[in-house]
Write a protein that binds this ligand. Structure first.
Ligand code: HEC
Length: 646
């Protein structure tokens, strides 16, 4: 899956404005050492950008240190084979030298890297006081993404207006408890904000993370409140939520730098469950890469110490060498089955459920595109249900020129990217609900893993289908269907410019409500074709400037209402019973003067983990620069909506 890096991880935007040394500017000139490195080692994938890779414009918003870090410790390490430290610095300086100066309060000094704003500290930090209206984990109760006490009435939803905005590069979904809001981002800053105003309660500079900080009450933390994030260096870290003081960090959970943590670590009792993913599917594009050896896994840690309790691979088969690729590099497998999303706990059965991604090689594995149930205490796999065999995929194999490591045959990239939902039916039975990039939603028996029903709601594609999530209230399952690649294909194919060799199935983006017991479609509302205003976007690489109405982000629900965003920057509320759109806001038809003093910050696409609803407010990230190269602009903006903006 292309996530994240998709949700693209990154390092530290820690300093407000970091002027490059003169020498770096000199190297940034054309004909420079940096340009030579770029043309020889990077250009093939970054200009024009392939699939999930950031394009030149986006790379120019990075700080040089982030690029060096990606090449040294991060997902680009395999691409930097043979490059010296000086080469890495030269290419980083070259890529960032001509970045446009953002209009921050401190503007006037240019050129500057990404607009990072000024972290305005709150005058006082009252203690964390929980309320009945908190949103303390990515999915809330058994991943329902349902806020029972939103603190606003369904009738007030049409009056929602932006109360405050906060700019950041990257950015996950926030969690909220009382007056405290927590949000991490892949650029390296982990924030606790005042949920009322957006002022900064504390900020940690070196915590590049794509995960949503879960907040729990715990005696492990001096204040009694604890939060955990999964960090780019493949550690999980625990902090005192009140002070930001680090309590522990786990050992690195994997040796391979392409491995990452994108699914939010889940805390249950005195255990933490951390899912592992990888960017190997992208790294494998390199003919010299020994594709592939990452095998998706869930790791259990002790909440008190961060020490490992168990490590369960979802691929049961043993890794072995297979055959050399066309470039002579030995290949290996089986590999893949990354766990992109947060696990879901089943307290009654003592199980934790995860959803896995595709296979990277053509070595058979039962672990890919599967829902897996594990025993919480031992990590033993109770059942594993694969819904799609032979879904062998690395990035680029659907392009007209195939990379050397492509599996044969190659599959459609139908990962599970959304967390499984454990749903309690009116009959008294439970069902595990899962949504796949094939556009198919499933109901499974939690005791046996047997598929009880399946319902196809979209065309399906390598960028969804059902991509980031689903939500469920007490009656219905809400499924957002993206069909991103199908939409891009529909736009570009008549122009003779489609990047994919095969025609995609017809798209059906929109929001669907399903009966959790049977999968029957109760209503569907297609994603409206609406004006799109985003700028500085990444869409031009692949979609010729098309504004994609892919409904990719995970929806979030409250009584009577479902919130769901589209990649063209629109944020909408739907009547939960009928699917009627009751409110819609284009997050890109205006600029924001943000709390952290970025002037004129544009919005972008809505994607990823979607909205949090807490204390009468709805929080959503606009400008996610995600997998689809669509509608990001390097800097995201976190929007806090309230009734009449009060
Ligand atoms: C073979 C293709 C390929 C090559 C060559 C390549 N990249 Fe990348 N790059 C990617 C892909 C794909 C991603 C996104 C990875 C993902 O989503 O897992 C990426 C991501 C990145 C990122 C973001 C990393 C992050 O953590 O978010 C940076 C920075 C980057 N590349 C820089 C470079 C530089 C500099 C070079 C040349 C030295 C280079 N890349 C060479 C394909 C490539």
């Amino acid at each position: 899956m292309r996530f994240p890096i998709w949700m693209a991880a990154l390092a530290a935007l820690t300093l407000p404005i970091l002027a490059l040394p003169a020498a770096a500017h000199a190297q940034g000139a054309s004909g420079s050492a940096g340009e030579t490195v770029f043309n020889g080692h990077c250009k093939a994938c970054h200009e024009p950008a392939i699939d999930r890779a950031p394009n030149r414009a986006t790379l120019s918003t990075y700080q040089p240190a982030q690029i060096v870090d990606a090449l040294t410790n991060g997902v680009m390490k395999p691409m930097a084979t043979g490059l010296s430290d000086a080469d890495k610095q030269a290419v980083a300086a070259y890529l960032t030298a001509n970045a446009a100066a953002p209009q921050t309060a401190a503007a006037g000094r240019s050129p500057a890297p990404a607009p990072v704003g000024v972290d305005v500290k709150c005058e006082t930090n009252p203690p964390i006081r929980p309320t009945a209206s908190d949103w303390t984990s990515v999915g809330l109760d058994t991943s329902h993404r349902y806020q029972v006490n939103p603190g606003l009435a369904a009738a007030d939803v049409p009056k929602l207006k932006v109360k405050w905005a906060f700019a950041m590069s990257g950015g996950s979904m926030p969690t909220v408890i009382g007056d405290w809001l927590f949000i991490a981002n892949r650029s390296g800053k982990f924030y606790a904000l005042d949920a009322n105003t957006g002022c900064v309660r504390w900020v940690l500079p070196d915590v590049a993370s794509r995960t949503t900080p879960m907040i729990v009450k715990s005696s492990v933390s001096p204040s009694g409140w604890l939060t955990i994030v999964g960090v780019r260096d493949r550690t999980a870290r625990a902090y005192d939520a009140q002070t930001g003081k680090e309590l522990w960090r786990s050992p690195a959970l994997h040796a391979n730098p392409v491995v990452g943590i994108t699914g939010t670590p889940l805390i249950v009792g005195d255990q933490v469950f951390v899912p592992l993913t990888s960017g190997e599917e992208g790294a494998a594009r390199q003919p010299s890469y020994r594709c592939c050896y990452f095998q998706g896994a869930l790791v259990a840690l002790d909440l008190k110490t961060g020490q490992k309790q168990w490590y369960t691979k979802v691929i049961p088969e043993t890794l072995h060498d297979t055959h050399p690729n066309a470039a002579g590099t030995m290949q290996q497998g089986p590999a893949g089955a990354a766990i992109w999303s947060a696990p879901t706990a089943d307290a009654k059965r003592g199980l934790v459920y995860v959803a896995t991604g595709d296979s990277y090689t053509d070595v058979d594995t039962k672990g890919a595109d599967a829902i897996v149930a594990m025993d919480m205490k031992t990590g033993a796999i109770k059942w594993s249900t694969q819904v799609e065999a032979g879904d062998n995929f690395i990035v680029g194999c659907t392009d007209k020129t195939k990379p050397a490591n492509c599996p044969s045959p190659d599959g459609p990239d139908y990962d599970f990217g959304a967390s499984p939902i454990l749903f309690h039916l009116a009959s008294g039975k439970d069902v595990v609900l899962a949504g796949q990039k094939s556009g198919i939603a499933y109901g499974l028996d939690p005791d046996s893993g047997k598929v009880l029903w399946r319902q196809k709601v979209g065309g399906g594609s390598s960028l969804g289908g059902i991509e980031w999530g689903m939500a469920a209230d007490l009656k219905r399952l809400y499924v957002a269907n993206a069909d991103t690649v199908n939409l891009i294909d529909e736009y570009l194919r008549p122009l003779g410019k489609s990047p994919v060799a095969d025609k995609e199935p017809p798209s059906a983006p929109g929001l669907y409500a399903l009966d959790p017991a049977t999968g029957k479609v109760l209503w569907k509302t297609p994603a409206p074709a609406a004006p799109c205003h985003y700028e500085g976007d990444r869409s031009r690489d692949r979609s010729g400037g098309a504004c994609i109405r892919a409904q990719s982000a995970a929806p979030s629900a409250m009584p009577g209402v479902v919130f769901s965003g589209t990649m063209d920057g629109w944020f909408r509320a739907y009547d939960a019973a009928t699917g009627k759109i009751v409110w819609a806001d284009s997050t890109t038809d205006r600029h924001y003067d943000t709390v952290n003093q970025v002037k004129n910050q544009p919005g972008g696409s809505l994607d990823g983990l979607g909205a949090a609803i807490a204390g009468g407010r709805v929080y959503v990230m606009s400008g996610f620069n995600g997998a689809a190269n669509t509608g990001g602009n390097g800097t995201n903006v976190l929007l806090a909506y309230s009734v009449d903006g009060k």
